[in-house]
Ligand binder design. Structure first.
Ligand code: NAD
Length: 443
């Protein structure tokens, strides 16, 4: 195995000889979320006694692409936006990960999210690597035409760096099925034939999968059910609080509501709403479809996003942004289980505090894995031009995500560690084996 140059034998040398070389590239990605992700990776590496040479490689994205995206705006002026695609690892398969449109997108954030994708796909046993993309833009300030122009030019700039065998984007914050349809169309126009396998999360009419739209939220609910089961509880009759009412949060709230949970509070960027007797989620969805925000929903009291996180409940599902639970508020969280629908909503310090307080944190790479599992199913269906029923999709997703939960629980129990380190530990273990088997080229 050590012929590959990635085995244990060179490890002592590697760590003492490389600091200057590595510091320079580390600076490039430095940022709170990226640093947190690397810290978790290092801790997990220690737990499973990962080969240090392999771990060093895992800490660095394989490729980062920065593109400038000129867009003709509705007033006929041209504005130039900055777009990113970070390809973290393709050891297990093509890069896979969403595209985010948000005003705070940075290279560092995209790199952190790409890194998390690698370990999410590894943990879930998918034949996919990790990537992520984004454009620094407030999508709410774009018209539909401007958003389409932006998406098409970004896709064209990425060119053949994406593709069904290379890198397969999907929706993330600020993008949706329509955005994926534009990406798929642009890519297909440029290669000269329809290629639905280039993106996932696209509309069913252009080769998307049934069940993909609600998949991340449904996965959050499957993981919440497993967590509750460990506490001797059932979803029916439990109380749940959801931060973020976009794709992930609204579906998580709906599926939990359908299973008899009482959703006492939800929020979005406009603020939160609270009803201790439980919100009527289908009715709230109609309200949001019309008003665009949860604010002002009649059968509720307003509440801030900060207060919402600290409400007493069985399940707290942060499904909006990163860094929402930190050292500053972790001591006041009253949930029994935190199920991370969003990527990176709890930072490292808060994870430790919650673990010490016996609050079960089901981490992002496990809890929001429903989306990428069904994206994988969509990719397979697109490549085969053969489609499954929604029940097949949901049941197969349940099996994969529940299997991953059991694997994480096993390592958590064996090593007496928190769920985040255990999830990363299992993910690192699979990737480590694959990297050692494939070896280093050239040796
Ligand atoms: P979305 O754009 O559909 O929804 C985001 C929601 O968060 C909106 O309701 C928005 O108003 C709200 N929000 C934004 N800023 C907020 C703030 N400061 N406080 C409270 N709410 C705020 O995005 P999404 O696809 O639902 O993604 C949400 C999170 O889930 C992201 O972290 C994303 O990376 C992660 N995720 C998404 C998927 C997916 O399939 N869409 C899969 C895995 C992980």
């Amino acid at each position: 195995m050590n012929h590959s140059g990635t085995g244990h034998s060179g490890s002592a040398q590697a760590s003492s000889e490389q600091p200057h070389f590595y510091q320079a590239s580390e600076e490039l990605y430095r940022g709170e979320m990226f640093d947190n992700t690397i810290k978790i990776l290092e801790e997990a590496g220690k737990v499973i006694n990962c080969d240090p040479n392999v771990l060093t490689r895992m800490k660095r994205p394989k490729k980062a692409i920065i593109v400038s995206v000129p867009v003709r705006m509705d007033d006929y002026t041209v504005r130039t936006f900055t777009g990113y695609r970070v390809q973290h690892s393709s050891t297990l398969g093509p890069y896979k990960g969403g595209i985010r449109y948000h005003q705070d997108v940075t290279l560092s954030e995209v790199a952190a999210l790409a890194t998390l994708m690698t370990f999410k796909c590894s943990l879930l046993n998918l034949p996919l690597g990790g990537g992520k993309g984004g454009i620094t833009v407030d999508p709410l300030k774009l018209s539909r035409t401007e958003k389409q122009n932006l998406t098409r030019r970004y896709t064209s700039e990425l060119g053949t760096l994406i593709g069904p065998q290379v890198d397969i984007p999907a929706p993330d914050m600020g993008t949706d099925a329509q955005t994926m349809a534009w990406m798929m169309d642009t890519y297909s126009q440029e290669i000269g034939f329809a290629q639905p396998g280039v993106v996932t999360g696209k509309p069913v009419e252009v080769g998307g999968s049934l069940g993909r739209n609600g998949a991340t939220g449904l996965g959050v609910v499957f993981i919440a059910e497993k967590g509750l089961e460990k506490l001797g509880k059932k979803m029916s009759g439990t109380t749940m609080v959801v931060q973020g009412f976009g794709n992930v949060g609204s579906h998580a709230a709906l599926y939990a509501h359908q299973r008899g949970a009482k959703i006492t509070a939800v929020s979005d960027v406009s603020g939160g709403i609270h009803n201790p007797n439980g919100l009527d989620i289908p009715d709230l969805l109609k309200y949001v479809a019309e008003k665009k925000v949860v604010k002002g929903y009649p059968q509720s009291e307003p509440i801030s996003n900060e207060q919402l996180l600290e409400l007493p409940c069985d399940v707290l599902a942060p499904c909006a942004m990163e860094n929402q639970i930190t050292e500053a508020n972790a001591g006041r969280i009253q949930a029994k289980i935190v199920v991370e629908g969003a990527n990176g909503p709890t930072n490292g310090g808060a994870t430790k505090i919650l673990h010490e307080r016996d609050i079960l944190v089901c981490p992002d790479i496990l809890a929001n894995g429903g989306g990428v599992i069904v994206s994988y199913f969509e990719w397979v269906q697109s490549l085969q031009y053969f489609f499954w029923t929604e029940n097949e999709v949901n049941e197969r997703m349940r099996q994969v995500i529940v299997g991953a939960f059991d694997k994480v629980w096993e390592l958590k129990t064996e090593k007496k560690i928190d769920m985040r380190t255990a999830a990363m530990g299992q993910a690192v273990r699979r990737l480590e084996r694959a990297m050692l088997l494939r070896g280093l080229y050239p040796r």
